[in-house]
Design a protein. Structure first.
Length: 254
């Protein structure tokens, strides 16, 4: 059964920034290869850098306050009976409260730095840049697409099969893929069959994986897919476009 297919990446994603702002760096362009963790974009983080600096300064101030409270407590305890019990208890309370406040401020520094990291957008996986619809200096929102990234290391072939012929399809089924410029078809295997028929198109989507690498084959390329649903060595194969039904009676155009 012959159908048309399209080369699709095994994995693709629209890369977006988790924060809004002005793009200060966008180092990659269409066609560039990137690795997991590469910095794909930077958003101006000046306000967040200021927030981190403020949080760090608050920690330093609290460390000084706590150090003074501990010195006071040590002095009161050294004086013994010459200092009232209430004063010593107040000093201990000041040390405890100061220690808790220092923990809170240190946690605020950690949180501020974590937020600052969100101003760098990193690659979620290795792949190739398919699109880059924005430029450095542009103001973006959290829904702005910065890149369209795809993993083309193991591309798949997607095909739509008419519902009249889709019932026999099974994962593991065989197929032959004809690529432009290649004299011999490639063997492929069905790796996924949609569990439902699309009511809008009346077709069922299948995905196939070729048994050989598809190096250099561009994403989006249209291919011819011959799904093998049965074998009959004596059968004559003709394209469905050659079958004529002018009066509901099948015939063959020669």
């Amino acid at each position: 059964m012959a159908v048309n297919g399209t080369i699709r990446p095994r994995l693709s994603v629209e890369v977006q920034a988790p924060v809004a702002g002005t793009l200060t760096a966008l180092p990659f362009d269409v066609g560039d290869r990137i690795a997991t963790g590469d910095v794909l974009a930077r958003v101006d983080d000046a306000p967040q850098r200021a927030a981190v600096a403020e949080a760090v300064a608050a920690v330093s101030a609290q460390e000084a306050t706590l150090a003074q409270a501990r010195r006071d407590l040590a002095r009161y305890e050294a004086l013994g009976q010459f200092v009232t019990r209430q004063r010593r208890e107040e000093a201990r309370l000041a040390v405890d409260e100061g220690a808790q406040e220092l923990k809170r401020r240190r946690a605020a520094v950690v949180q501020a730095r974590e937020v600052q990291q969100r101003y760098e957008v990193r690659a979620p996986f290795s792949g190739i840049i398919l699109e880059r619809p924005v430029d450095p200096g542009q103001t973006i929102g959290v829904s702005t697409v910065l890149y369209r990234l795809a993993d083309l290391s193991g591309p798949e072939i997607a095909a739509q099969v008419d519902e009249s012929y889709a019932v026999p399809l099974r994962v593991g089924g065989e197929a032959l893929i004809a690529l432009p410029g290649r004299p011999q078809p490639l063997r492929a295997t069905i790796v996924h069959v949609e569990p439902r028929v699309d009511p809008a198109t009346g077709s069922r989507r299948v995905r196939l994986r070729a048994s050989q690498p598809l190096d250099g084959v561009p994403s989006g390329l249209t291919t011819s897919v011959n799904l093998i649903v049965a074998r009959d060595e004596a059968a004559i194969s003709i394209p469905r476009s050659a079958i004529l039904r002018p009066d509901s009676s099948p015939g063959v155009r020669i």
